[in-house]
Design a protein around this ligand. Structure first.
Ligand code: GLC
Ligand code: CA
Length: 553
């Protein structure tokens, strides 16, 4: 593949790693992770092959939504360090060739943010219009309530000024009024501030909620996203916006800036993520195959971000009730594993009962799918969860570095799991020494993913495998081709793949030793073990030495 200029579009085949500074590594022995601790682990991340870190919110916060409730956008939560520590961390990441993006949470602030304190002090406060107020709000539509365990409305009455304020999330997170030009200017200032400190972009939190507050009579809501992107591009051409946009594909294209690609650079692919879980639950490729076939092509230079788990609940909101129930039954049958009636608060390995073959296959599938993979910290070692923690906090446990935990010299503020996923069973140090470990598997997948840019960049085609359990696709770019085949089922299968245009060529396995010939009828017979996975690079068959000498004559 011609790679001229492709490194400019670094996000197209980046390996993004999401972490929370608070749970990664404690550098000053107070039981809370911090920037000094994280900086010590940069070489680990570089060794894994990560090219971009996504930091979850690290700003001052009363921590009622794990930092997604901010009281100051312009500095660091003192528990995590100082701006000085942050700059040292940025320098180290840059030195190891890693970019850094951070959560941009500007749909709302904490109710303790000085802006809101001022806004609610009187109806005539200069900050009043920075938030969204109503004398008598429209009746609630229950679908609008994101956290139905804690809230039953998106409006909260403010007794002292006798108006309601809007909160799309918890009541302590009042929505900013991005219809107000002053608020929009301030958001741009926040972007500019962190870009000056070296960030390559942002993971934009809750995008549909963010722009829905723009009054269409005043401005076109999507124009706001285009303005943000234009500002960033003016300042730094290679900066990106990666959006959290969990909406159906048909509505999603607007967030890239339909046709133009001038809004979000990347969007998480929530649809194929959910369909992958349904496919895994059934041991059938079809739900995923259908999703990828119906997925719109992002505008030029834009990209999909692929993931299986993130820091929130595994949301299954875009499945039908029956489909969701199937996934619940397969991966989280107990009520305590479920949340908000739409998701699961577990990590992947526990959902697979620790079955390493299945876990490895699932991640192989994720890395092979067309888009940019996003890993949630700890996935590379098969970190479990702590169901004893509240709600979504179950999956946000301390990273496990060694048998004794290794996260902190003192007792961590957050509990680690016990049993088969406890630190003495699941940790980085042991897996580094074990060539069969999940950590080594991740390293291999990442290395191969980076060597096969066609997976991320190419035109992809979902292939007919003749076996319901087997998902296969090919990716073509600039005359180079990779074929990936995944057996979601637990019985071995031999699949016949029709590969137009590849007759007489050879498929070389990139994950394990082995080759497969493509017949002169464009057919390849690919054997797969239970939960087997193969990444096959198309090449010309090696010519045996005698033939070579004949040819030379
Ligand atoms: C996003 C975040 C989630 C947070 C919410 C409110 O959905 O991923 O963790 O609670 O926004 O900021
Ligand atoms: Ca600390």
């Amino acid at each position: 593949m011609r790679l001229t200029l492709t490194s400019d579009l670094w996000w197209k085949n980046a390996v993004i790693y999401c972490l929370d500074v608070e749970t990664y590594k404690d550098g000053n022995d107070d039981g809370i992770g911090d920037f000094r601790g994280l900086t010590q682990q940069i070489d680990y991340l570089a060794g894994l092959g990560v090219t971009c870190l996504w930091l979850m919110p690290f700003f001052p916060t009363p921590n009622r939504d794990d930092g997604y409730d901010i009281t100051d956008f312009y500095t660091i939560d003192p528990r995590l360090g100082t701006l000085g520590d942050f700059v040292e961390f940025m320098r180290t990441a840059k030195d190891r060739g890693m970019r850094v993006i951070a959560d941009l949470v500007v749909n709302h602030t904490s109710d303790q943010h000085p802006w809101f304190v001022e806004a609610r002090s009187s109806k005539t406060s200069p900050k009043r219009d920075w938030y969204v107020w109503a004398d008598k709000p429209e009746p609630d539509n229950p679908d609008q309530v994101v956290f139905p365990d804690k809230e039953d409305s998106i409006w909260q009455y403010d007794g002292s000024t006798r108006q309601y304020y809007l909160h799309s999330f918890y009541r302590h997170q009042p929505d900013l009024n991005v219809g107000n030009p002053e608020v929009r200017d301030e958001i741009v200032r926040i972007l500019g501030f962190w870009m000056e400190l070296g960030l390559s972009g942002f993971r934009v939190d809750a995008v549909p909620f963010l722009i829905e507050n723009v009054d269409p009579k005043l401005a076109e809501p999507h124009e706001f996203l285009a303005d943000l992107r234009a500002f960033m591009t003016r300042r730094e051409g290679s900066s990106v916006l990666l959006g959290e946009v969990n909406v159906p594909y048909k509505d999603l294209v607007a967030y890239f800036g339909e046709g133009l690609g001038d809004q979000l650079t990347m969007c998480f692919d929530f649809i194929s993520m959910q369909r992958t879980w349904l496919a895994l639950a059934r041991g059938e490729a079809q739900p995923l195959a259908e999703a990828l076939k119906s997925r719109p092509k992002p505008p030029k230079d834009c990209q999909w971000a692929m993931f299986l788990r993130n820091h929130d609940e595994l949301t299954l909101d875009k499945l039908t009730d029956e489909e969701r129930e199937e996934v619940f039954q397969a991966f989280g049958p107990e009520k305590d594993m479920q949340i908000y009636g739409r998701g699961l608060r577990r990590r992947l390995p526990t959902m697979f009962g620790g079955d390493m073959r299945r876990i490895k296959m699932a991640y192989s599938l994720m890395f092979s799918l067309p888009g940019t993979p996003v890993v949630f910290y700890g996935e590379e070692i098969g970190l479990g969860e702590n169901l004893g923690a509240e709600g979504r906090m179950a999956v946000r446990i301390p990273m496990q570095w060694s048998k004794d935990g290794g996260f902190s010299q003192v007792e961590p503020v957050r509990e680690v799991p016990d049993g088969p996923f406890a630190p003495d069973r699941v940790n980085v140090a042991d897996q580094k020494r074990d060539t069969e470990s999940l950590l080594r598997w991740f390293q291999l997948l990442i290395e191969r993913y980076r060597e096969c840019p066609e997976l991320a960049w190419g035109e992809y085609t979902v292939l007919d495998t003749g076996h319901p359990a087997v998902f296969a696709h090919r990716a073509d770019a600039d005359g180079a081709t990779v074929v990936a085949v995944h057996n979601l089922g637990e019985t071995a299968q031999d699949v016949r793949l029709k590969l137009p245009g590849l007759s007489g060529r050879q498929l070389t396995d990139l994950l394990v030793d082995g080759t497969v010939k493509v017949s002169d009828k464009d057919v390849a017979e690919v054997p797969l073990g239970p939960h087997g996975c193969r990444w096959l690079r198309v090449s010309d068959p090696e010519v045996p030495p005698e033939d070579a000498s004949v040819k030379a004559k």
